[in-house]
Design a protein around this ligand. Sequence first.
Ligand SMILES: Nc1nc2c(c(=O)[nH]1)N[C@H]1C(S)=C(S)[C@@H](COP(=O)(O)OP(=O)(O)OC[C@H]3O[C@@H](n4cnc5c(=O)[nH]c(N)nc54)[C@H](O)[C@@H]3O)O[C@H]1N2
Ligand SMILES: Nc1nc2c(c(=O)[nH]1)N[C@H]1C(S)=C(S)[C@@H](COP(=O)(O)OP(=O)(O)OC[C@H]3O[C@@H](n4cnc5c(=O)[nH]c(N)nc54)[C@H](O)[C@@H]3O)O[C@H]1N2
Ligand code: SF4
Ligand SMILES: [Mo]
Length: 722
Amino acid sequence: MQRDKFFKEIENVEHPNEKLIKTHCSYCGMQCGMNLRVNTATNKIIGVEPRYDWPVTVGKMCPKGVTAYQQTNHNDRILRPLIRDDASLKGTKEGFREASWEEAYDLIAEKFGELQQNYGKDSLSVFSGVSMTNEKCYLTGKFARVALGTRYIDYNGRFCMSSAAGGFLRSFGVDRGSTLPWTDIHETDCLFIAGSNTAECHPTSMFRIWNVQERGGYIIVVDPRETPIARRADLHLDLKPGTDLALANGIVHLLIEKGYADEEFIKQHTNGFEETKELVKQFTPEYTSYLTGVAPEKIERAAEIYGKAPNAVVMFARGIEQQHKGVDNVSGYTNMALVTGKIGRPKAGVATFTGQGNGQGGREHGQKSDLLPGYRKITNPQHVQEVCNVWGITPEEMPKAGVSAYEMFELMDQKEIRGLYLLCSNPAVSAPNLNFVRNAMKSLDFMVCADFYLSESAEFADVILPSVTWSEDEGTVTNIEGRIIKINKAQQPLGESKPDWQMQVELAERLGKGENFSHLKTAKDVAEEFRLASKGGSADYYGATWDKIEKQDGVFWPCKDEGDEGTPHMFLDKKFYHPDGKAQICALPYRPPAEEPCEEYPLRLTTGRVVYHYLSGNQTRRIQFLKDMCPEPYVEVHPETAGKYNMEHDERIRLYTRRGEAVYKVKVTEAIRKDTVFVPYHFGHEESINLLTIPALDPKSRMPEFKACAAQMEKLEPKKVL
Ligand SMILES: Nc1nc2c(c(=O)[nH]1)N[C@H]1C(S)=C(S)[C@@H](COP(=O)(O)OP(=O)(O)OC[C@H]3O[C@@H](n4cnc5c(=O)[nH]c(N)nc54)[C@H](O)[C@@H]3O)O[C@H]1N2
Ligand SMILES: Nc1nc2c(c(=O)[nH]1)N[C@H]1C(S)=C(S)[C@@H](COP(=O)(O)OP(=O)(O)OC[C@H]3O[C@@H](n4cnc5c(=O)[nH]c(N)nc54)[C@H](O)[C@@H]3O)O[C@H]1N2
Ligand code: SF4
Ligand SMILES: [Mo]
């Protein structure tokens, strides 16, 4: 192909005075391969080139990826520690002064010490994120439990992957986001994609997804909006937000009724079929249609296509997971694969679109309130002992399980938690029910925030520690497929900024825990300890050495030892991870969203993303190109609904729920249900849609229901009568 030749020729061209550093994008779980261009005279990053030799993304990148390099030497970087010297300005950008690291550490050690002396060990908390390497995520868990000795640690994956994790654990007994490598996906015969705006959120998957159609296969999309992928799909099931479980049950019922069930597979390799068969019986196409708003013929056609396809992959993302029944939705759609036996072989299986760059690895190694490295449980004495052996503490010294991310804010509000070490997350934008969450942060006695830009959350901090961007440190991350890959360092930390692991080691020393941390002098030292800590866990990374990662283009976990090449395909031997080796088909009664529309709040509000911004937007709202492309949020409204409310395109209106309100421009579009409105969530302060969202939590994953609540809107001013 001419085009391929062109890419090959520009690949790896080293210009004079430049070197290329092989690495991956800083943002989403696709972890596209890129080369950072570094000027050898200044040793500064000056640009980027896609990596054509990376097997997952083969030279593809999206608008965020091609501008990601602009973060590193950006004018907004925080270059020295900042200490708040005007408490009255808490909650704003103002009132900070620059300080030395010594002064910042001393202040933190003093204040954290005081709080723990007065209110106990658990008065402190750590809130973290998974845009960090495995090594940093691992050390953050150790820092909380060993250096601070608190039970209260949790992270932004609670708002992201926790329902997928819960669903996979229940269905398969193990939580790897994809049961198969991405390099298989385009070769399947049917992709069933629920609640994923793939073209905007995992854009570099699209060449594989379109290829399924080009090869004569089918794409079925489940989304209340006509996203770019829904537009070209063979079938678009445009359901009401929050009704996925009914749809999943309805499809599973048809798969059984129409004879697509694989009885041999069910008998040999699963439990729970009979109960499930019984439960889904009531979900006839008509009843399912009544609950979901999807036409019965479409539901039947979806079951027929999926049922007939020799190979099929069920894929989903936050659209189904960010619900107060997210875990049930995941198991509900996973039932499709288990009932038909379309799993445990190449080109067939189940995958969630992992969100953050290290959304997979970051949830496995101890940032979650109940987990320790290697996916060990903090409630299992044997697991605790294994980790204690690596950390050099006794089981008595290991704190107990804490609470989930949103619940930590509730404890702050109740003054049970009084101190916070926040890193790699911006909950003042991304948590639900922000009026409450922002007040909870404001009520803290002492708050530290580590970030490289002054985020909306940092505005509540007493001390800000300048961290580095992804390009100024090295380590591993685990991509969307469960493939452990290597991030390489392209430039020295800007100003006085430091990698998070280094700050935690130095702080631990100040807190009197040097003996557990001082041996960690480089990222590689942390990596070696981390591999050891994961050894023997269900997410075993021990065999994934940096050398092997380099040689093999990444290593799929589990990878138990030096000789193990890793596990690209899960369950090829049809052995699932439950003790009896069988997968669980789940009988899941339907329940509606926590808040259904009513007379006062007749609309369904759902939230999500656009291609140009990333998460809370703290990184992408500073990149000029991305800002130009999407400068502000808006509310998507169907033309008929806009007409009913007498609203015009681009008009500013007030959108409100029981929890809060915000003013948005109306974007009139036919690509949304008439009963639903959508707002992207990447914006701060009074533009945050999370002022309106509901903190209804899934009982298992504690995931908030970002994707469905009841809302109303009104015009700001009545139209002038001329
Ligand atoms: N451009 C961009 N890409 C990203 C990110 C980003 O911020 N920006 N973030 C990354 C991260 S961390 C994540 S978690 C992923 C998220 O990736 P996605 O989950 O794909 O993104 P969302 O926009 O949150 O939601 C996906 C779709 O769910 C639909 N939806 C809403 N309610 C429902 C429902 O009740 N049922 C169903 N079936 N669908 C529903 C929405 O209309 C939307 O199109 O993206 C990653 N990639
Ligand atoms: N309404 C609504 N709300 C949502 C969602 C939704 O769909 N709808 N999605 C949810 C999802 S899926 C997610 S993942 C969350 C994400 O929400 P957040 O956790 O707030 O995500 P980010 O914007 O990535 O925040 C990361 C912050 O850490 C900084 N940072 C990046 N890398 C590093 C690092 O290595 N070290 C340090 N110290 N700092 C770093 C960045 O500058 C940024 O300020 O939002 C959730 N909130
Ligand atoms: S698809 Fe994701 S990883 Fe790839 S360039 Fe875009 S943001 Fe980066
Ligand atoms: Mo996410």
